[in-house]
Design a protein around this ligand. Structure first.
Ligand SMILES: C[S@@+](CC[C@H](N)C(=O)[O-])C[C@H]1O[C@@H](n2cnc3c(N)ncnc32)[C@H](O)[C@@H]1O
Length: 423
């Protein structure tokens, strides 16, 4: 995913200190030095990260009998378990959500209305909601903007982690109003009571993968949720693991959701990462899947955790979908895509093939998924990366060995500090 330098540094420098101060205030740490202390981190946090990591790996391998709540309950020291999740998972997840908002903004989202109300489903310590606040902090000009007095609703089955999330959001944005709903969502039923309000933005971050409900049923419930609880032109962000099994489950949900939306005549569209409503070409091949990857300057404490555990958080892989409650698709919703006859998205990194030759995979409504060869000249000398969008690319040849002959433009990176194109 193409993000700006300024944004990639959002969690650097003073972030660690602010986080440590918050954790002391909440009595998760006894003093701010704890987060810098190798001894403290190794003793009190690392064992829990290892347990969580084992748990998520087993869950991702579809082992039977795993319950998504087990990682909060198994611990002899619940507070340290929550702290471990918060530090090693929630903060990276917040950055993933913030990156998706950055991408929406980079492409020039036309809906200039601001986000007043946000709901996070399966919020844990409010990672997704925190990502929304962080995307809009440090003078970053992200569209749609966040209201100055935003309202957050957090739905989560574990009260203790919900309390941590609520306090974290309030700490990040003291002007926000935060309401908590400690309850278990039955994902095969309507997700919210009928009388619940509509939200400008909803987030389901790393929660649908914990449900044993079939993608078919999840798709119907997703469409119904968007119809009943998202405002006109509002958005639903779904974030899931980047692993094949989980990602394919989300792609199946996407496929079934398209069928459901067409059947019911709902005005809902996929906005990202796919730039059209095509059947997903990755689903056609059993061994294929689709994911993003974002690089960041991670907080210092995470580097220490990496050294102590071998976990790698240098770049953050994830799968995602952005659904809009609108009849307008991506080409009509983003200024940078206006008037484009074709749109191709890079769904892999670009490999140098020697000389000026490059190779990457693209996905588009017109051509499906293709392995594409290009020269540096055809891509206007640009450094290409996963997530890049090519406007009016002329791609010829067989899907396994296509050639990019020419294109009109590559969507530029917009500097979120200045609003100007970077490259
Ligand atoms: C992996 S955590 C993700 C937390 C946060 N959204 C993030 O991105 O880091 C999943 C959370 O969803 C909660 N959860 C799972 N199934 C749920 C359900 N059916 N209803 C409410 N919460 C649920 C779990 O308790 C857990 O806190």
């Amino acid at each position: 995913m193409r993000i700006s330098e300024a944004f990639s540094r959002s969690f650097e420098d003073e972030f660690d200190t602010r986080l440590a101060e918050f954790l002391v205030e909440q009595k998760y740490l006894s003093n701010v030095e704890d987060l810098r202390s190798r001894r403290y981190v190794a003793r009190s946090i690392i064992p829990h990260i290892k347990t969580l990591s084992d748990h998520f790996n087993r869950m991702n391998s579809d082992a039977p009998g795993l319950d998504g709540t087990a990682y909060w309950a198994e611990s002899s020291n619940d507070a340290n378990r929550r702290l471990a999740y918060f530090l090693a998972y929630a903060i990276p997840n917040a950055f993933k959500v913030a990156s998706i908002l950055h991408e929406i903004s980079r492409l020039g989202f036309k809906n200039k209305g601001s986000i007043q109300s946000v709901i996070e489903l399966g919020a844990g310590p409010a990672a997704g909601a925190a990502g929304v606040v962080l995307a809009h902090s440090r003078d970053l000009k992200i569209t749609p903007a966040l209201s100055l007095d935003p309202e957050f609703a957090l739905v989560e089955q574990r009260k203790s982690v919900l309390e941590l999330g609520s306090a974290f959001l309030q700490h990040l944005n003291p002007r926000a109003s935060v309401r908590t709903f400690p309850r278990r969502i039955a994902f095969d039923q309507p997700w919210l009571p009928k009388a619940a309000p509509k939200f400008d933005l909803a987030i389901a971050s790393f929660v649908l993968n914990e449900s044993s409900v079939s993608p078919d049923t999840l798709a119907s419930r997703t469409a119904e949720f968007v119809e009943n609880h998202i405002t006109e032109n509002g958005l639903l962000l779904i974030v899931e693991p980047a692993l094949r099994e989980q990602s394919r489950r989300m792609l199946t949900l996407r496929q079934k959701w398209i069928e459901r939306v067409e059947l019911n005549g709902y005005a809902q569209r996929i906005l990202l990462p796919c730039l059209g409503h095509q059947s997903c070409p990755a689903l056609a091949k059993e061994e294929d899947w689709c994911h993003e990857d974002v690089s960041w300057w991670r907080p210092k404490y995470l580097r220490m955790i990496e050294e102590l555990t071998g976990l790698d958080r240098k770049s953050l892989p994830f799968s995602y979908l952005v659904i809009s409650k609108s009849a307008l698709g991506a080409a009509q919703s983003f200024t940078s895509l206006e008037g484009a006859k074709t749109l191709h998205r890079l769904v892999s990194p670009a490999k140098s093939m020697g000389g000026s030759a490059l190779e990457f995979f693209t996905c588009s409504s017109e051509d499906g998924k293709r392995r594409v060869r290009a020269t540096k000249g055809t891509v206007q000398g640009r450094f290409m990366q996963r997530g890049d969008v090519l406007i009016n690319a002329e791609v010829h040849g067989a899907p396994e060995s296509s050639q990019l002959d020419q294109l009109s433009a590559i969507v530029p990176l917009i500097d979120p500090m200045t609003d100007a194109p970077v490259d």
